[in-house]
Design a protein around this ligand. Structure first.
Ligand code: HAM
Length: 410
């Protein structure tokens, strides 16, 4: 038997219903904040992704050559594509641009629960605003979105300038090594690396910074930071808005992508793959031949949110089964159309079962049966049977629809 590719999933109707419910809640929050949906291609020139991250990222992507010999990649994320699109299509549009997306991404990762090779992100990008209010808006929006899904989470907010200031005298390759240690919380490895370079004191400062949760203390550890005023103002905005977050100056998120404020969300009930959101302020446009526009944004790992939510109550849709004899079939077809046009979920027999068998099936799968035999076909009426109470009456189709709708509303 043929199986789906490793790291991908099939979604049955119950699961799709749950996913759409959450997706629409996210869309609704995006709408309220003025973020409008954009869509970019599923694949892009490979260069779009290697430009920022180097050739190393090829290992983590689905890369292929098309018949014209072009090197392409399935998108591992959407931000780079959105900024490319901004440069191609909307460079002159009035700022700021508020955009959102719900789209699938592809990463060649080792699959496990919460980590897939095809996964969905709900993300936003705010392009062309460069101040504390913009940083704060993005974090507030992230909190609003996570709240609407119903997940319980921790939101951690940091700023790269603290770390950058401490690391500014190190060569870029050493910086990367240090960041890798910090990212893994490998403090012993970090201290060893720095001690071997005669910079043991720096190791201690870095560990204190990573463990620090207080803004004043962080300024004390990292020294003078040009962004100090902006950071203070962002924090003031977040506190005024009542956002539930904790400061964390150890958030690394790759120094080549993000430039300032960074933040991450973690589901409280998930294990290893518990990061459900990541984002921050960044600059990418200049890499793709555009002006150096400041942007910020985030992406929610939609699949992880769904894992965190677990089984959701099934959506109860009122179902009408049209049950008919052969003589009633054409009238049944018209009546089914009338029910559907009134917004009622309506199913007809396709199995050519007898009336009794259709009724038996309906009583297992529907709330109402609309019975149409020879008599109803001739009179233009229907017999409406409430499958829960057993009550049954003969009505004209519009009255039957009104009767069913009454139950739907209840
Ligand atoms: P990211 O942290 O790489 O950021 O991905 C965002 C979220 O996608 C993660 O927090 C995680 O929940 C989810 N995710 C990542 N990889 C997988 C996977 N293999 N399976 C399931 N879920 C996964 C970005 O992608 C940035 N573009 C976010 C951003 C937008 N920054 C600025 N604007």
């Amino acid at each position: 038997m043929l199986q789906k590719p490793r790291g991908t999933r099939d979604f049955l109707p119950d699961e799709m219903e749950a996913r759409r419910t959450i997706e629409w809640r996210l869309r609704e929050v995006a709408r309220r904040w003025g973020y409008r949906e954009v869509c970019t291609p599923e694949f892009e020139d490979l260069e779009l992704f290697t430009m920022r991250s180097g050739e190393g990222i090829i290992e983590e992507m689905y890369v292929f050559e098309d018949k014209g010999g072009r090197k392409l990649a399935l998108r591992p994320e959407i931000t780079a594509a959105v900024i490319r699109m901004y440069i191609n299509e909307a460079k002159v549009a009035p700022k700021p641009l508020r955009w959102c997306y719900f789209a699938d991404c592809f990463r060649y990762e080792r699959p496990q629960k919460g980590r897939y090779r095809q996964f969905w992100q709900f993300g936003v990008e705010l392009i062309g605003a460069d101040n504390a209010a913009a940083d704060a808006e993005i974090i507030m929006l992230a909190a609003d979105m996570l709240n609407t899904t119903g997940v319980t989470y921790d939101l951690k907010v940091g700023h790269l300038s603290f770390m950058k200031n401490l690391l500014k005298d190190l060569e870029p390759p050493v910086q990367r090594k240090v960041m890798a240690h910090l990212d893994k919380k490998d403090f012993d490895g970090l201290r060893n690396t720095l001690e071997s370079m005669g910079k043991g004191e720096l190791g201690n400062s870095l560990v204190s910074l990573v463990e620090c949760r207080d803004l004043e203390k962080a300024f004390g550890i990292a020294g003078a930071i040009p962004e100090e005023e902006r950071i203070r103002r962002t924090v003031e905005f977040l506190d005024t808005a009542g956002v539930n977050y904790a400061l964390n100056f150890g958030i690394a998120r790759g120094l080549d992508y993000y430039t300032g404020m960074v933040f991450e969300g973690f589901a409280q009930n998930l294990g290893a793959e518990n990061q459900i959101l990541g984002g921050g302020a960044y600059r990418l446009a200049h890499l793709f031949g555009g002006d150096d526009v400041a942007s910020c944004g985030f992406a929610i790992g939609f699949d992880r949110v769904m894992v965190s939510l677990g089984d959701m109550p099934e959506k109860k849709d009122l179902i009408v089964a049209i049950v008919c004899t052969e003589e009633g079939r054409l009238h049944a077809l018209r009546v089914a159309g009338m029910f559907r046009n009134s917004g009622i979920r309506t199913e007809t027999d396709l199995m050519e079962r007898g009336l009794g068998a259709q009724l038996a099936h309906a009583s297992r799968s529907a709330d109402f049966a609309v019975v149409i035999g020879k008599r109803e076909a001739e009179s233009g009426e229907v017999t409406l049977k409430n499958l829960l109470s057993g009550e049954q009456k003969t009505l004209d189709p519009q009255s039957a629809i009104a009767e069913v709708a009454l139950h739907g509303a209840g």
